[in-house]
Ligand binder design. Structure first.
Ligand code: CAA
Length: 290
């Protein structure tokens, strides 16, 4: 596992829980410590709910190791990358691993907006490169999009698809267009929710309640934006806008302002809601009152 942030640690947890020996690599120890703490907390919640036995939790934790050394991934059969959505950063890591790993190792990216082709082409194994896109929170969300690009071989796609199912996930086949299936449809919806708030269509709470209660979504879109991370969503939207040049993928000014102001959502305690209080309350965002 390359990257031990929110997604990386969730994927590592899923792999270890499914019985795979799993190595999580990140650039510095504090990120690994945070990732490990998140995994243990999540496993603890699953044990409390009776979805995991204490014995299975211990076994899964025992299959997990954490490192800052990229070379420690050398012997893995499949390497999944979940680092920041920055093509240069990702390709630097892929090129390093391409030199280190045997030819048969499969490379998989959890990117949600970049193309798999742009990473596969940077390696000497474009046929053994695939997308495996997970959803947050990984331990609970059943879906994985398995993404085949121009160069992905059938054998690699089949192995990646089987691997996703062996993780206990439902796999769907997606083509290598930015956003794949879910984000292609979800991102414009989330951006429209921020636009609706910006235009004074309804309050934060009412916008969320309307979608939750009117459409049966588990979370309203503004809560979901906070949950994914506003900086992450803006980054995804920018990449998709660049690819499609369609206004529906352009991040509205409100969202951009919030990110500039350090409102990154739940992960740092403030976004459309203020998480310093329980239950969270809508943030004052400097919008004109009706
Ligand atoms: N690990 C283990 N258990 C967890 C957990 C985690 N990471 N997160 C939540 N839980 C547990 C809670 O402990 C809780 O357990 P109890 O029922 O025993 O209390 C249970 O899950 C439900 O959690 P909550 O009561 O806190 O909240 P909820 O009922 O709203 O469920 C949710 C939480 C599963 C996240 C649900 O709200 C949901 O499905 N939300 C939508 C998430 C979504 O859309 N994800 C996709 C985002 S897009 C993406 O990820 C792709 C991308 O590229 C951006």
């Amino acid at each position: 596992m390359l990257g031990c942030g929110l997604m990386g640690s969730g994927i590592a947890q899923a792999a270890a829980s499914a019985g795979f020996t799993t190595v999580a690599r990140d650039v510095a120890q504090p990120f690994l410590d945070k990732g490990r703490a998140g995994i243990l907390k999540s496993m603890g919640r699953l044990v409390e709910k009776g979805k995991l036995t204490a014995g299975d939790r211990e076994a899964a934790a025992g299959r997990l190791s954490f490192t800052t050394d990229t070379a420690a991934l050398r012997d893995c059969d499949i390497i999944i990358e979940a680092v920041t959505e920055d093509l240069e950063l990702k390709n630097g890591l892929w090129q390093e691993l391409d030199r280190l790993c045997p030819v048969e190792t499969i490379f998989a990216s959890n990117t949600s907006s970049l193309t798999i082709a742009a990473m596969a082409a940077a390696t000497s194994r474009p046929d053994r490169f695939v997308g495996l896109h997970f959803f947050n929170p990984v331990p609970l969300m059943p879906l994985v999009e398995v993404v085949r690009t121009v160069t992905t071989s059938q054998a690699t796609f089949d192995r990646a698809f089987a691997f996703a199912r062996n993780l206990g996930k439902e796999a769907v086949a997606a083509t290598d267009n930015p956003g794949f299936i879910v984000n292609l449809l979800l991102v414009p919806f989330l951006l429209d929710a921020a636009r609706a708030l910006e235009r004074g269509i309804a309050s934060t709470v009412d916008l969320d309640r309307a979608i939750q209660l009117g459409c049966g979504h588990p979370m309203g879109p503004l809560t979901l934006l906070d949950y994914i991370g506003l900086d992450t969503v803006v980054r995804i939207a920018d990449i998709m806008f660049d690819a499609y040049r369609e206004p529906r993928y352009s991040a509205p000014p409100l969202l951009q302002r919030m990110v500039v102001a350090g409102y990154h959502g739940r992960k740092n305690g403030r976004g459309f809601y203020d998480y310093s209080v329980d239950p969270p309350v809508p943030s004052e965002l400097g919008l004109r009152k009706a």
